[in-house]
Ligand binder design. Structure first.
Ligand SMILES: Nc1nc2c(ncn2[C@@H]2O[C@H](COP(=O)(O)OP(=O)(O)O)[C@@H](O)[C@H]2O)c(=O)[nH]1
Ligand SMILES: [Mg+2]
Length: 281
């Protein structure tokens, strides 16, 4: 991060910005996974305001690009909050389900887990291992069984036993994209026969850059996504993808993943994020 650092240092030191400086900034922004459209919009703002306070102007321009939708988890009126976690394979769904459940349960809530990725036995085992460590119960089904059946069983159990939260893990791969999207729609409808789905969190791997943006588009066309969990921001990711997703899809990033451990999940704080991008404090 800190895409603007060199540029801003130059702008503050000298009164003139050369064409080469703009080119350099352009390349920096593109390399940060912001995408061309967003990069051009930000540059236009920066160019207009170079004689004033460039940092503040850019900070405002960046803030305006973020979604204004709520970032805190929706809370159910029925007493049971249900969270469906979706996304492409390997993005960090199962890990994020465990991290999120640990976070919610350590705040004093009763949390039930649903292992609706029935396509790989390893996925169920992975969630069970996490659940044992954090002391939670997981509802599972047969390998290659109906994911929607596991979702239904989880919802029924959560409601009957007075749980406050239900977090459901799903599969990221099926025969094809259409099948996956149809399956996710079915899972959601089946849960809704028992209890409302309050959050559909899409997990996006920040290291996949602009590809993460395409995934977010695809999933949000199929299901009503309510928020993003942006994982692997501890790696080589440049983090610009967060801004691109927020701006282009108006989807709020609710959580960020910053490592493989159970505690490596933090609520997304736009101010800290933008300060990180500007690296100006
Ligand atoms: N560095 C890092 N690794 C992560 C993060 N989230 C998940 N992972 C790793 O990414 C890999 C895939 O995660 P998994 O939860 O199995 O993904 P799924 O296929 O979407 O369920 C695992 O090795 C995780 O430990 C993160 O925030 N940072
Ligand atoms: Mg998984």
């Amino acid at each position: 991060m800190g895409f603007f650092k060199k540029f801003l240092a130059k702008v503050t030191r000298t009164s003139s910005v050369t064409a080469a400086d703009w080119d350099e900034l352009y390349s920096e922004l593109i390399a940060s996974d912001l995408g061309a459209t967003l990069t051009e919009a930000i540059l236009a703002t920066a160019k207009k305001s170079k004689s004033e306070e460039p940092i503040e102007a850019i900070r405002e321009a960046l803030t305006a690009l973020l979604s204004s939708k709520p970032r805190t988890l929706a809370i159910s009126e029925t007493g049971l909050t249900t969270i469906l976690v979706i996304g492409v394979n390997g993005t960090g769904k199962t890990t994020s389900v465990a991290k999120l459940a640990a976070n919610i349960s350590s705040a004093g809530n009763r949390v039930l887990l649903g292992a609706a990725d029935t396509f790989r036995a390893a996925a169920v085992e992975q969630l069970q291992t996490w659940a044992t460590r954090i002391g939670l119960t997981v509802i599972t089904g047969k390998t290659n069984g109906e994911p929607a059946a596991v979702a239904f069983d989880s919802a029924t159990k959560a409601k009957a036993d007075g749980y406050q939260y239900l977090v459901i893990d799903t599969a990221g791969r099926l025969q094809n994209k259409a099948d996956l999207m149809a399956e996710l729609g079915k899972i959601k409808r089946v849960i809704e026969k028992v209890t409302p789905v309050n959050e559909v969190l899409l997990v996006v791997d920040a290291t996949t850059g602009q590809n993460g943006l395409s995934q977010a588009k695809l999933f949000s066309e199929a299901v009503e996504v309510t928020g993003i969990v942006l994982t692997k921001l501890d790696g080589s990711a440049r983090g610009g993808i967060a801004l691109a997703i927020e701006h282009e899809l108006d989807l709020p990033i609710k959580w960020i993943g910053t490592g493989e451990a159970i505690g490596d999940l933090t609520p997304f704080d736009p101010e800290i994020y933008i300060t990180g991008i500007l690296d100006a404090e």
